[in-house]
Write a protein that binds this ligand. Structure first.
Ligand code: AGP
Length: 609
């Protein structure tokens, strides 16, 4: 969603801020702005639309100054427009702020501030913050900020400048990520590491209600009672190039191509070639602990939720523990039955998704043990759950999740096999079979990626379909759900995923001769049944693209096109069958001329409800 970068140092701040904003583009935004302090005043420049518009405006008249803040806005309150974009300021322009998150009580605050004579120029919730800061400012911006945040309900990451305190950049957060970066003779504030990684690898990760007072030479962290906080410096180990395109035309294609490596990285730590068991990064789930668990909830949003569905399927089938997979935005409001014997597993690429974080907090409040399957190291979910299994996919920049999903599936495979082994449901022989297949997945993916040209041809053939159905049975249905979501996200083609057996209970009425049906048929036991369902839609005029295992040539009787994936153990077909789905969505998006890395209306990290 929105992005923040702040700078204080000895260089002109506008270029640093602009470059930082570009690194945050992947978060999704619709307007952008900067504010630069030049010791006499604070100059604000903002634009609607892309960062390049802001760049052009800055080139017309560069704001001089070595202290500044900048922001990319993803509209929540008030349409995308210049006036609604950040930074916002008080009437006299002496206090300026950027904000990520949502102020839930802004209407009430706005009414009160209006009674005090404050005038509002934007439709945003953020504007109440600058007027509150103005109201409370009595010569110390930190004091004003502390009084202000006491009034705020909701989520915020804030960057604040004050004309009369030209040596300070201030940040504070609650339920929205914020970090402070340590440089030499310069320091930074940002909502996300890539924004400042070019300048520093030494980071302070801020927790809720912690304030960062940043000067050129120091960063001080305090709480709302002004107690000093000692925080260890977090050293970023990944490289900026891994957050860039690396020769690929788009982040999405780069990230699809990275999947063999991602799978390997995940397994190298957790499953050795001669292993008799899985190492879950020290997460203690021994037989005694597992025997006490009465239920597992797996909670997530979007693609991560699709990974949780695979987790549910496998844990129930292999480890015989009941699992409820739930969308986080539903889970948090339906008073789920949780006690101390419930295990709650939350899955999130960003580790910042508002609903997933709220679900985690609810689970903890009710006494559950919690495990996070998270990609972004040091993110809020990663820090708040009891145990953490990182998905080690590296930064995922394209809005549509690809490599993080594969890494999440690997986590699902490892957890389900681990639990089943601990509970004695998998024999040593079966374990070895699973282990060997899992260790071959990275090469299997490479093999599928070699056929990308063929998949591109197929994408070209079907790119003008106005309706697509993805169907399958068992795990194949869960794969279908992810394929359908990816197509919607990046190709903007309406699609639905259905259990193949459900089609004739209603949706088959929609099938006509321009409908594409993608049939996933990798489950040996259900293959014939899925074939029959494909025949039913074929008879009603649908075009059929099948994704199946090598050797299943009889599918040609019904399918117009077939993509084969290498044979593997049944539990692992989901990760392989999904790769062609990612490629189809990617190529259709490009062929249709869409912005594949930044699809319309979407944000990478959904930090509001
Ligand atoms: C995936 O392609 C999506 N853009 C989206 O569904 C995403 O998976 C969802 O918002 C959850 O995000 P998270 O994994 O960062 O929590």
């Amino acid at each position: 969603m929105c992005g923040i970068i702040g700078y204080i140092g000895n260089k002109q701040s506008d270029c640093i801020l602009l470059e930082g904003l570009k690194k945050l583009e992947y978060r999704g935004y619709d307007s952008a702005g900067v504010a630069v302090h030049n010791s006499n005043n604070i100059k604000i420049i903002k634009t609607n639309g892309r960062i390049k518009n802001l760049e052009e405006k800055l080139l017309e008249k560069r704001p001089e100054g070595t202290l500044g803040i900048a922001h990319t806005r993803w509209a929540t309150h008030g349409k995308p427009s210049e006036i609604n974009s950040h930074p916002h300021s008080n009437k006299s322009g002496t206090i300026v702020a950027v904000h990520n998150g949502i102020i839930e009580n802004y209407i009430e605050l706005k009414e009160r501030l209006k009674d005090f004579g404050y005038e509002f120029v934007s439709e945003t919730d953020t504007e109440v913050i600058v007027h509150l800061l103005d109201y409370y400012y009595k010569g110390d911006i930190v004091d004003a900020l502390i009084s202000t945040i006491k009034e705020l309900k909701g989520s915020y990451a804030l960057g604040v400048l004050c004309k009369d305190e030209p040596e300070k950049l201030i940040g504070v957060r609650k339920d929205s990520p914020l970090i402070a970066g340590l440089g030499i003779g310069e320091n930074f504030l940002a909502s996300d590491i890539p924004a400042i990684l070019e300048h520093t690898r030494d980071i302070y990760l801020l927790n809720d209600n912690e304030i960062a007072i940043i000067t050129r030479d120091s960063i001080e962290l305090i709480d709302v009672n002004k107690n000093k906080i000692d925080r260890e410096v977090y050293k970023v180990t990944w490289d900026i190039v891994s957050a860039q395109k690396d020769g690929y035309e788009h982040f999405m294609s780069k990230e699809i191509a990275e999947q063999p490596k991602v799978v390997k990285d995940n397994l190298s730590l957790r499953l050795k070639t001669d292993a008799k068991t899985i190492n879950l990064d020290g997460i203690n789930l021994d037989k005694e602990t597992l025997d006490k668990i009465n239920k597992i909830y797996m909670v997530a949003c979007g693609t991560a939720y699709h990974a949780s569905l695979v987790g549910k399927y496998l844990i129930e089938r292999l480890a015989r523990i009941p699992v409820v997979a739930d969308v986080a935005s539903e889970f948090r409001y339906r008073d789920p039955i949780i006690d101390k014997n419930t295990l709650v597993i939350v899955i999130s690429q960003s580790g910042e998704t508002a609903d997933t974080l709220a679900a985690l907090r609810l689970a903890k409040e009710k006494g559950a043990r919690t495990i996070g399957i998270v990609n972004v190291v040091g993110s809020t979910i990663a820090r708040e759950c009891d145990d953490i299994l990182y998905t080690l996919a590296g930064p995922e920049i394209a809005v549509a999740s690809t490599k993080a999903y594969s890494a999440q599936l690997i986590a699902m495979y490892l957890i389900s096999c681990y639990i089943a082994t601990q509970k004695g449901y998998i024999s040593e022989e079966e374990f070895i079979m699973f282990r060997n297949s899992l260790l071959a997945i990275s090469d299997n993916i490479k093999q599928i990626l070699k056929n990308e040209d063929r998949v591109k041809e197929i994408a070209n053939k079907y790119k003008n379909c106005d309706n697509v159905f993805y169907i399958g049975r068992g795990l194949d249905y869960l794969v279908a759900k992810e394929g359908s979501l990816k197509l919607k996200e990046v190709a903007y083609i309406h699609s639905e995923a259905y259990e193949a057996g459900e089609l004739k209970h209603g949706p088959i009425a929609l099938i006509h001769d321009n409908t594409l049906v993608v049939g996933i048929a990798t489950d040996e036991h259900l293959f014939e049944k899925t074939m029959s369902n494909l025949k039913e839609v074929k008879a009603r005029g649908a075009k059929i693209l099948a994704i199946t295992l090598e050797g299943k040539e009889d599918i040609m009787d019904v399918a117009d096109d077939v993509i084969y994936i290498p044979n593997t153990e049944w539990i692992f077909t989901s990760i392989l069958a999904n790769i062609p789905q990612q490629l189809i969505a990617y190529h259709m998006s490009i062929l249709l001329g869409h912005d594949v890395d930044k699809p319309r209306n979407l944000a990478k990290s959904v930090t509001v409800e």
